[in-house]
Design a protein around this ligand. Sequence first.
Ligand code: IPE
Ligand code: IPE
Ligand code: MG
Length: 258
Amino acid sequence: MTVPSAAPAQPEDPRKPRHIAIVMDGNGRWAQRRGRPRTFGHRAGAKAVRLCVRGCLEHGIHALTLFAFSSENWKRPQEEVGTLMKLFLRSLDREVDELHEHGVRLRFIGERGLLAAPIQQRMHAAERRTAGNRALNLTIAISYGGRWDIAQAARQLALAAVEGRIQPAAIDEAALAAHMQLADLPAPDLFIRTGGDHRISNFLLWQLAYTELWFTDTLWPDFDAAELARALADYAARERRYGLTGEQVERPRKGASA
Ligand code: IPE
Ligand code: IPE
Ligand code: MG
């Protein structure tokens, strides 16, 4: 039996992440430190998103996935949820033109049925409009949870099994991976979380299996080009072993020729 390798095909430059996934945390605290309501921080956070996208375009990053609103964030006070939804709607109206001009392909992952119809419509329109772009794959995770993602993949496979399109014995890691969100992208190479907490908070649970994790105390509205450069520099110095020994990784050709 051959065990599938966790290591992806060798990227062009192994020191540069192809795919960055970010938990944009700390908006509320940023605002509270200024004596302002939490929603003020969310507005400032939207500006940081623009800077971050620009930075990724400049660095030639293939994919950027941003955690904007989790399955659990629905439980926040109604007023905050309402403001966040208004901000999404406004961003969709204001930002898509410019993203499109810069060659950004925009997509969304998450439980869309929970979002208001006007938001769903704009998401769909933005995805269709930017589908042919290649400069950067920008994915916004909204109403997203890693557990939801795994459950929806399992549901698709269960349906295929009931309909006789797949044998239960054929349901393996590859089959599940093919039905997860972002299946067409390489798994994130670099995970960034701002705001000082060291947790995943139900982000891409399946896809982060071998991702390099990087945490910063900087609150999301203060995340800028210099901070992105710091994360990239840290990533460049890491050795990704995927379960192998350091020696195997340093001399992959020798190990592979056996
Ligand atoms: C992240 O900032 C944005 C969302 C979760 C929508 P927070 O709103 O969680 O900010 P803190 O963590 O309370 O400071
Ligand atoms: C994670 O932030 C979700 C997003 C950034 C969208 P939270 O602020 O919701 O995370 P917890 O609750 O502190 O773990
Ligand atoms: Mg938070």
